[in-house]
Ligand binder design. Structure first.
Ligand code: ZN
Ligand code: ZN
Length: 349
């Protein structure tokens, strides 16, 4: 089979590799659509823990063969990849905190992922989906579950007000889930006016560009003491710092963006957080019990009933064979994009 392989920092090749055989309890998925995640880009640009590796965890396909002990009735079923592979035995797995598993693997970062014609994975890591869903929508289930999980962690309630900081893929998914779950006010911030236009299309009532707008003053002017919940999805210290003054006393701040490790915040951040008695909550991946969690089943429902607009999320579609060029362009900031879908040769573009 053909696969796009991360050989080293900044080096992806597209080449022939052995097709994996399904192990007992595993299945082989013929990949039909796979999306590029911001974390794939980071692994390409900044380097990864291991080489060579096939990246890609936002992945959809058809179960093409099964290993020993797996029902042959699964063959032909359409599926989305559930990328985390927990041990299901450690203390955290027992609690249902699968992303905190002591010894998890991850499809597309710690083991081979979906930038390939075929993907071999445990049966437990496929989410069977209705055939009527387009594969490129099914590939975007995982990023949707992250957004849904952030709102679950913040115990978001219908009628509440929210600020989403960052209108990248996760931020846009959060905007959609706030709309679906009935937020009374959705404010979204980003430095890109194009991203903000997309956020408005997907449900944001108010958009603010910090290059032009005083975000804190604008949010306070519209809400008095701030919103019920703020969601950091930009991964920059400036937006993290803004979360505290824009969130009402006893409100929730959910941190989902990966921050640079070598930056710091003024300690006034803590002082102001204390005065407002805020809850600051971290988010890592998108799982809850029973595995993989309600985030996944709710996403499939929202795809079926049209609540989630995935077409607007997608900006580009390319054959998987072009992965080396596409990643080079993204690395050079020469491609303005939202979600990019890659199609292996056996899938139709
Ligand atoms: Zn992802
Ligand atoms: Zn575990």
């Amino acid at each position: 089979m053909k696969a796009a392989i991360l050989e080293n920092q900044g080096v992806i090749t597209y080449k022939e590799v052995p097709t994996p055989t399904p192990e007992p309890g595993h299945v082989r998925l013929q990949v039909k659509a796979v999306s590029i995640c911001g974390s794939d880009i980071k692994r390409y640009v900044s380097g990864h823990r291991m080489y060579p590796i096939v990246l890609g965890h936002e992945c959809a396909g058809v179960i093409e063969s099964v290993g020993a002990g797996v029902s042959k009735e699964l063959i032909g079923k359409h599926a989305s990849v559930i990328p985390v592979v927990p041990c299901f035995e450690c203390e955290q797995c027992q609690r249902g905190y699968y992303s905190a598993c002591h010894s998890y693997s991850f499809i597309g970062s710690r083991q081979a992922g979906g930038f390939a014609d075929y993907l071999e994975l445990p049966e437990r890591n496929v989410l069977i989906v209705p055939e009527e869903l387009p594969f490129e929508h099914v590939a975007l289930i995982e990023p949707s579950t992250v957004a849904r999980h952030m709102l679950a962690l913040g115990d978001f309630q219908k009628g509440q007000t929210a600020v989403v900081l960052g209108a990248g893929s996760i931020g846009l998914m959060i905007v959609q889930w706030l709309r679906i779950l009935g937020a009374s006010l959705i404010i979204c911030t980003d430095v890109s006016d194009e991203n903000l236009a997309t956020a408005r299309k997907l449900g944001a009532h108010v958009t603010l560009n910090p290059l032009r707008d005083d975000v804190v003053a604008e949010v306070r002017q519209r809400t008095g003491d701030g919103v019920d919940i703020s969601l950091e999805a930009a991964g920059v210290p400036q937006t993290l710092e803004q979360t505290v003054p824009i969130t009402r006393p006893r409100g929730k701040v959910i941190c989902g963006g990966n921050q640079p490790l070598d930056k710091s915040l003024p300690m006034s951040f803590i002082e102001n957080m204390m005065r407002r008695e805020l809850s600051i909550i971290g988010c890592f991946m998108s799982y809850s019990a029973p595995f993989p969690g309600h985030e996944w089943t709710e996403t499939v429902e929202a795809l079926l009933n049209g609540g989630l607009d995935m077409d607007t999320m997608i900006s580009h579609r390319y054959p998987l064979a072009q992965a080396p060029d596409i990643f080079a362009k993204i690395g050079d900031h020469a491609l303005t994009h939202r979600k990019i879908i890659l199609y292996p040769e056996g899938a139709s573009l």
